[in-house]
Design a protein around this ligand. Structure first.
Ligand code: AMP
Length: 117
């Protein structure tokens, strides 16, 4: 799938749309999901306006993709869900339930999560 630079997360990254930010650095932005599925529901996005989903990843992406997991662990700790546990979720494509075509990691916690789909 070709990357759509007007997707909602690209617009948040460019500051064209507001977001409730909990973390940002030169590579990543993390903000609260607008329709939270759990008491803590954070979206973590790479600032790269190129990667639509995990389907676009290549070996060259391994360093920042790995850092995204480390960052998720840090944000989970800062959001107070480390002790209780949490879920990290990457949806890919239509059957994966992906609705925003910019790779993003969901961090969900603050309640017991059961099952999938
Ligand atoms: P996915 O289904 O994996 O593509 O997840 C997209 C997520 O983005 C959903 O959980 C939406 O609630 C969330 N979302 C959509 N628009 C916004 C927005 N403007 N700010 C924050 N989260 C959003």
């Amino acid at each position: 799938m070709a990357y759509d630079p007007d997707n909602v997360f690209a617009r948040i990254i460019r500051g064209e749309l507001p977001s409730d930010r909990v973390y940002e650095d030169e590579d990543f932005l993390a903000f609260r999901d607008i329709s939270p599925a759990a008491p803590v529901h954070i979206i973590i996005v790479p600032r790269r306006e190129r990667v639509t989903s995990t389907a676009d990843l290549t070996d060259a992406d391994a360093p920042w993709a790995g850092r995204m997991l480390v960052l998720a662990s840090r944000i989970a700790r800062e959001q107070g869900v480390e002790a209780g546990g949490y879920r990290l979720l990457l949806n890919c494509g239509a059957d994966g339930g992906q609705t925003v075509p910019h790779l993003h990691l969901h961090l969900l916690g603050g309640r017991a999560l059961r099952g999938f789909g």
